[in-house]
Design a protein around this ligand. Structure first.
Ligand code: PLP
Length: 432
């Protein structure tokens, strides 16, 4: 499988090259030249296959000959080594719980896959590499956990001091070994700017092989397809489900759409957004106009210019399909998010996190206009990751698992630096 840049000014590359560089030189996102097609009997008999077999069937066309079959199978096994259950919440609504991984959010799937792919490529090419990543919260922990102890790869994570939750901060600062956390006296945009500057620093790039593990990397994007198939494996109704995805950068929902075009039967997709409603406005007016980013309760979705939406458009264009027939979007306010959390807790004894609550609310709204339909929403984080807002919304304490308690006992190890590129460069050059 070859990948082309959506800006079409860079040469096509294979999976390995695309995963190593992240983004094409012309700044375009990589996109697969073909949409892999799942065999009809595979879809028919989906329930008979193990999770690992399903994931291998979905992902092997995309890695092509860059990863040998036995190694890809091992990478997949390690990537999905936790439960992804479909849980009934109400008569018509089911939760696909994607938070049973090590950092309690769906980003574990993408981060575990990319880390093992890069680890394999590092071994194969005998090249050490440094992964540089800026995080506003969830990405950092998932990347730290995914890359921990991966040979040949060092990880440097920049995060804004005082702007991530305590659980998130501990998840990215307590590993040690090959994981380095830089606590930046600034905001997320500062962190991102500093990382971008490092990628255009030619001297630095001559000294070390720098790569990124952000969500536009195909090795983080593509593995997210697999759990849509796991949801269908656990679906016991004749009629097809509507799938509601809490969306920020639109990588997650784009992976679901890709798998649908590969043959996975789904009735309809919902892009559930908070107040950041650029895509909803686009679907109404066909004008794509990002505004200022608005801060909300579901802060991992506070994105006004979703980087993966261009892939969604490419997908529909390539397939010659009309976007509005398959995809709807809803914008859900913080007030509605909180009242859903409260109502679902009281009525169904189920605790939603704010991101899942946005998706639940959007799904409810769709179902109220489409009677007799049932749906699945993706619960992308465990509520304990957003403990204070969740406890406030439901007016009850949430129980803390032993793992989280152990994490809360740990001491963070971070290096404080100013929001200044020279400080980052200095660290990479001298301290790594
Ligand atoms: C990152 C994140 C999202 C948004 O996912 P995208 O792929 O960027 O649309 C939703 N929920 C949680 C909990 C997240 O961490």
């Amino acid at each position: 499988m070859q990948y082309y840049s959506l800006n079409r000014q860079s040469p096509d590359v294979d999976f390995k090259e695309a995963a190593l560089v992240g983004q094409a030189l012309d700044k375009g996102l990589y996109f697969p030249e073909k949409i892999a097609q799942l065999p009809a009997d595979f879809i028919q008999n989906l329930k008979q296959f193990s999770k690992e077999e399903v994931a291998y069937q979905i992902l092997s066309p995309y890695t092509g000959n860059t990863i040998p079959a036995d190694i890809l199978k091992q990478i997949i096994k390690e990537t999905i080594s936790f439960d992804i259950p479909l849980v009934k919440v109400s008569e018509d609504i089911f939760s696909l719980e994607l938070f049973h991984g090590p950092t309690l959010a769906f980003k574990d799937v993408g981060a575990r896959f990319i880390s093992r792919c890069l680890g394999y490529f590092s071994k194969e090419t005998k090249k050490e590499m440094t992964v540089l990543v800026a995080t506003s919260g969830d990405t950092g922990g998932a990347v730290a956990s995914g890359f921990y102890n991966i040979e040949g790869v060092k990880v440097v994570i920049l995060y804004p001091s005082g702007k991530v939750s305590d659980v998130q901060e501990l998840q990215l600062t307590t590993h040690g070994k090959n994981i380095h956390a830089l606590e930046v006296a600034g905001n997320f945009d500062d962190c991102q700017r500093m990382v971008k500057q490092a990628f255009v620093d030619e001297d630095l790039k001559n000294k070390m092989f720098l790569t990124s593990a952000n969500s536009i990397n195909i090795a983080r994007w593509l593995p997210q397809q697999v759990y849509y198939a796991f949801a269908l494996q656990q679906w016991s109704y004749e009629q097809l489900p509507v799938v509601s995805v809490p969306s920020g950068n639109f990588g997650n929902i784009c992976a679901g759409l890709l798998l649908h075009f590969s043959g996975l039967p789904v009735k309809h997709f919902i892009a559930a957004c908070n107040a950041n409603d650029t895509v909803l406005r686009f679907l109404k007016t066909t004008i794509y106009q990002p505004g200022e980013t608005i801060s909300t309760l579901s802060n991992a979705m506070d994105v006004s210019d979703p980087s993966n939406f261009i892939r969604v458009l490419e997908l529909f264009e390539k397939e010659g399909r009309e976007i509005k027939k398959l995809l709807s979007s809803y914008t859900i306010s913080d007030e509605e998010t909180k009242s859903t959390m409260r109502a679902v807790f009281e009525k169904h004894d189920y605790i939603l996190d704010p991101h899942g609550a946005v998706a639940f609310t959007a799904l409810e709204r769709y179902l109220s206009k489409n009677r007799g339909v049932k749906g699945i929403f993706l619960e992308t984080a465990h509520p304990v990751k957003f403990r204070s807002s969740t406890e406030q919304a439901i007016n009850a304490k949430i129980s803390i698992s032993d793992d989280i308690n152990a994490l809360l006992q740990k001491v963070k190890q971070s290096k404080k630096i100013p929001a200044d590129y020279s400080a980052l460069r200095n660290f990479l050059w001298n301290d790594l």
